[in-house]
Design a protein around this ligand. Sequence first.
Ligand SMILES: *[C@@H]1O[C@H](CO)[C@@H](O)[C@H](O)[C@H]1NC(C)=O
Ligand SMILES: *[C@@H]1O[C@H](CO)[C@@H](O)[C@H](O)[C@H]1NC(C)=O
Ligand SMILES: *[C@@H]1O[C@H](CO)[C@@H](O)[C@H](O)[C@H]1NC(C)=O
Length: 408
Amino acid sequence: MKATHKLLFVLCPMLVLVFIYYSSGKLHLHVWGQKPHVDVEPTVSLTVTKAKPKPKVTTEPEPEAVVSEGQVVGSVYDQQGFVLKLDGKLDSLASSRSHLGKRPVDLVYKYDNLSSESCKPGYAAAKMSAVYPKFVKPAPMFLDRNFKRLGKVSSFLPPFGFKTQERIIDTILSVTKNYGLSPELESLSCKRCIIVGNGGILANKSLGSRIDEYDIVVRLNEAPVSGYTRDVGTKTTMRITYPEGAIQKPERYEKDSLFVFSAFKPLDFKWLRQMIFREKLQGTEGFWKSVARYVPREPSEMRILNPYFIQEAAFQFIGLPLNNGLMGKGNIPTLGTVAITMALHNCDEVAVAGFGYDMNTPHAPLHYYETVKMSAIKESWTHNISKEKEFLQKLVKANVITDLTKGI
Ligand SMILES: *[C@@H]1O[C@H](CO)[C@@H](O)[C@H](O)[C@H]1NC(C)=O
Ligand SMILES: *[C@@H]1O[C@H](CO)[C@@H](O)[C@H](O)[C@H]1NC(C)=O
Ligand SMILES: *[C@@H]1O[C@H](CO)[C@@H](O)[C@H](O)[C@H]1NC(C)=O
């Protein structure tokens, strides 16, 4: 009897490990649809070009085609799948893509006539596709009652998906009853969005009125508006937050903004349920700092951010370690980058302000609203600020996003 118990004790974890190993392998293939890397191996292009050094046969257009194919096969893309050579010019991007035979993006023709004042429909996504051909635009901002259809997130645990949390999400969504933006915003044919980061770089730049011009103003966590409106504006369409980052003083919540919840761990969903049902907060030992105990928002003003943006930002855009799809050292993107990822999928134009840390000036303020110094962020275990910065720089350089404070 005892021996069988021992055997089971050893066998069970092994079976679980084997299962995880296999299922993660499958997920990997299924989720990312990764092609075997053969087609980007430089050796392939070498053999192809070497095979055709024959004297020119002018009647045959083939050698030309082979040569240009060889150039494509070479390292045109970086590890994440971004076009390597960005010189910031639309036409060069368009032409570098046209010989791939996929959707030649004639951005110049489509957009250059529009004045900088007018909203350019589909601009951010078109630019993104030009530098990152794998980009697929549809991905809803928030979870709705039909969220289980979202295959890419259903197989990952938080923060990269909602696996194991389906029931609690069902309960939450059955009372929030709203899963989109306001009807006015939803009806806009072109949406300009700005993500206001919390960086000290936003201080004393008087960008408030420019920020207020955007249709959708996204703020993060507890970043205050009152007292800072000259620099950060007055409008808040939504505030994206997780329990530890949420505003704790009820009187500091602004009116008329959506409370958008972003989960980083399973416990976070439980917290959201307690907030929505106005329950007494219990089981707070899993949080890494104190959390809000009351959120002065109606359920109809609450949304759950689609966790796909965390997943995509981490594993596809930034290239953080997959760690079997589990949260681990340095594989969680910052909320600001998650918000930008959301905007790329849901806005026609995307701007940011208050982003960027300059690690060379550790005594500069980290946030526009407090005196914590930049050096504090070095302690971060979860984020990889330098890799994230590389990604954001690609977006800025290619004009996918506009950086008002030029800190990226
Ligand atoms: C751009 O402007 C030119 C000249 O002003 C005009 O002929 C052309 O039709 C415009 N293109 C678009 C796409 O509006
Ligand atoms: C912004 O200006 C105020 C008043 O001039 C000053 O006290 C504060 O230190 C400045 N903040 C930053 C981050 O430069
Ligand atoms: C960030 O990524 C770089 C490059 O992959 C790696 O060398 C570094 O250790 C990472 N930092 C953290 C905090 O994970």
